[in-house]
Design a protein around this ligand. Structure first.
Ligand SMILES: [Zn+2]
Length: 224
């Protein structure tokens, strides 16, 4: 089911741990994907491996022929991307002399954003939860994943869990905005704050569910 480690090491070094399709530097957030999937008798020969970033991996894996959007990556095209990139890495190493900033892709961004929101939500379980009034949640990476067309590529179960998490995050954030606009006292404030805390508490399991589904999709094991 997996490629030989020593061959993977060589391949990752040869591509400078940059995605063969978009050329982004990935660090450990990288997949060595099967060009021809194992379900279709793709082998574990290193010739059948292509290093990809999470986003390109999602695009390659999750193309839905029932709802065709854009143009599907073919196996042949993937081979060409790999060949082309490895040739550039080998013959033009000067391009790595000035190392560009590592760009965080929308899926990685969403993973970090969900973790932040989870930490805020977990603080609301404490007895000091009333201090949470005024702490906003983050939704920027979700919006980015929607606008960059990544969310629509994800498997239905994962997309549903992520959407549920961001719905409850959105509700908690609305109560938070209410707290801020009402000001720090009075019964209306107490109402909004209690609602915010209750929503945050109920969001912990939902956000955790989305996080673990996203991690298993990205093949991140355990917690780093
Ligand atoms: Zn990529």
């Amino acid at each position: 089911m997996t490629f030989k480690q020593s061959e993977v090491d060589e391949l990752l070094a040869a591509c400078h741990r940059r995605c063969c399709v978009c050329h982004k530097h990935c660090g450990f957030k990288m997949e060595t994907d099967h060009i021809k999937p194992s379900e279709r008798d793709g082998t574990n020969d290193i010739e059948n491996a292509i290093p990809l970033c999470f986003e390109c991996h999602a695009e390659v894996k999750c193309y839905n022929p029932k709802h065709p959007k854009g143009r599907k990556f073919t196996e042949n095209e993937l081979k060409l991307h790999k060949k082309q990139w490895l040739e550039i890495c080998k013959n033009k190493p000067e391009i790595f002399a000035s190392v560009p900033e590592r760009d965080v892709g929308p899926l990685e961004g969403m993973l970090l954003e969900l973790k932040f929101n989870l930490e805020v939500a977990e603080l609301a379980i404490d007895e000091d939860a009333y201090l949470m009034a005024g702490c906003p949640l983050k939704q920027l990476q979700y919006e980015r994943a929607v606008s960059e067309g990544v969310l629509i590529l994800l498997p239905d179960t994962l997309r549903k869990k992520i959407t549920e998490a961001y719905i409850v995050i959105g509700i908690a954030d609305s109560y938070n905005s209410m707290c801020i606009s009402i000001g720090p006292s009075g019964s209306a404030f107490d109402y909004a704050r209690d609602k915010q805390i209750a929503t945050l508490r109920s969001s912990v399991d939902i956000i955790n569910g989305a996080l673990s589904e996203l991690k298993s999709f990205l093949k991140i094991e355990g917690d780093e």
